[in-house]
Design a protein around this ligand. Structure first.
Ligand code: AMP
Length: 422
């Protein structure tokens, strides 16, 4: 039997109401903050990600789904969205149309990670990117937007962590300080961290290895080496977060995995989802667009993992979603009325009334059971003496009240049915 690829998941009809609910909350919030949706292709030229995300990152060095197409071009399934949005921003000269572009997406991403709880190979992210302004107000707006969406989903137990990585000059100077600190401690580090010492030294802070953490406990911190401009920017971001009543903590060890960040970085962590606890991460990336070959444009954004958020919602029992219901089920008493049932059902469906009837030659009793199983608000009974008199029976399933209605009076039925919750 052919099965779904390890690390991928089917989203089945009974899970869809949660996804739809979450997507609606995201869209509503994005709209109130005036972000416009963007959709980009699932695959891109590999160079976009290696250049945009950085060769030394875990994503590019280990996790990309890369393949040659029949023309010999190296393509990659997108592992994240920022580089793709940056590419589209440059390609379509979006900055010429308006100075500030505020964009959002909800889309699948692909990373060849070791599958484990909270880590999939195809997963879904939503996120936002604001391109064209270096205002700290936008850094704060991103954090508030992400936080508000998670709160709107009923999540508590959230921790917002913020840090500043400064501009490249101050970061480079700091990297030398860190190198010096670590140079006589290399033998105490794990193999992975020793590798990172040469390729991506800041990431040693991310190591979960106890020995590494012990060494890093006393390491000099980037925040103490920040340039004046980054410090001021960071102060402004924090001030706006406080005004917005977003509780946050400064985590000077929060470096995040990607090369493109400058100044602000942040993560939102949930206490409700085991070891893969980051629901969302983001930051400012003022040099990315230039790095991708565009005219310099500052940017800031975040990405959040939908599967992990749904898991947190489940663990906190925060989503109360009404079960599926049906507006109308048509029961036919006699098989000879099959075509008439189809015809009648279609008339209601064309008036956007969510209607179902039998296709399986079921008995009247079984049709009634089906109407109950589908949670039908109303049932029409078609047949018998009423039908001979040009009538049908309309039954309200919540109070059991029945009415005889002329087959000519479909509009009357429609008006009754469209009054939801009656
Ligand atoms: P990143 O793009 O790595 O900063 O990830 C942003 C968010 O996407 C994370 O906080 C997770 O919620 C989610 N995420 C990242 N990788 C995966 C994965 N392999 N499986 C499920 N969710 C993920």
């Amino acid at each position: 039997m052919i099965k779904a690829i390890t690390g991928t998941k089917d989203i089945l009809p009974f899970d869809i109401s949660k996804w739809r609910y979450l997507e609606n909350v995201i869209r509503e919030k994005m709209q109130s903050f005036n972000y416009k949706e963007i959709r980009t292709p699932v695959f891109e030229e590999t160079a976009l990600f290696s250049r945009g995300i950085g060769e030394a990152t875990d994503i590019v060095s280990k996790e990309m789904y890369t393949f040659l197409d029949k023309g010999g071009t190296s393509l990659t399934l997108r592992p994240e969205m920022t580089a793709s949005v940056g590419r589209a921003f440059i390609e379509h000269s979006l900055s010429a149309k308006q100075n500030l572009n505020k964009l959002f997406y909800i889309a699948p991403m692909f990373r060849q990670e070791r599958p484990q709880a909270g880590r999939l190979r195809q997963f879904h992210q939503f996120g936002a990117e604001a391109l064209g302004s270096d205002s700290p107000a936008l850094d704060s707006e991103m954090i508030i937007l992400a936080f508000d969406i998670l709160k709107a989903l009923g999540l508590n137990g959230l921790t917002v962590k913020v840090n500043s990585l400064g501009v490249p000059q101050s970061r480079e100077a700091y990297k030398n300080v860190l190198k010096e600190y670590l140079s006589d401690k290399l033998n105490l580090l794990s193999e992975e961290s020793r590798k990172r010492f040469y390729t991506n030294i800041l990431r040693i802070f991310d190591s979960k290895e106890e020995n590494d953490q012990e060494v890093m406990k006393n390491a000099p911190l980037l925040i103490d080496y920040l340039d004046q401009e980054s410090l001021q920017h960071f102060e402004a971001v924090k001030k706006l977060l406080s005004c917005a009543s977003v509780p946050f903590e400064v985590d000077p060890r929060l470096v995040r995995g990607l090369d493109y960040y400058t100044k602000t970085t942040f993560e939102i962590i949930s206490g409700a989802v085991g070891s893969q606890s980051a629901l969302c991460g983001g930051g400012r990336y003022d040099l990315l667009i230039e790095q991708l070959g565009g005219k310099p444009a500052p940017g800031v954004g975040f990405a959040a993992g939908i599967e992990r958020i749904l898991l947190a919602c489940e663990n906190e029992n925060s989503l109360t979603i009404d079960g599926e219901s049906l507006d109308l089920y048509i029961i036919r008493l006699d098989k000879s009325l099959q075509d008439k049932t189809f015809d009648l059902g279609l008339s209601f469906r064309r008036k956007n009334i969510n209607t179902e009837f039998d296709y399986l030659d079921r008995s009247v009793k079984a049709q009634m059971r089906e109407a109950n199983r589908l949670n039908a608000r109303y049932v029409i009974i078609l047949g018998g003496e009423e039908y001979l008199n040009g009538q049908l029976i309309l039954k309200n399933m919540s109070d059991g009240v029945q009415e005889n209605i002329s087959l000519e009076q479909l509009d009357y039925i429609c008006s009754k049915l469209s009054k939801k919750g009656e």
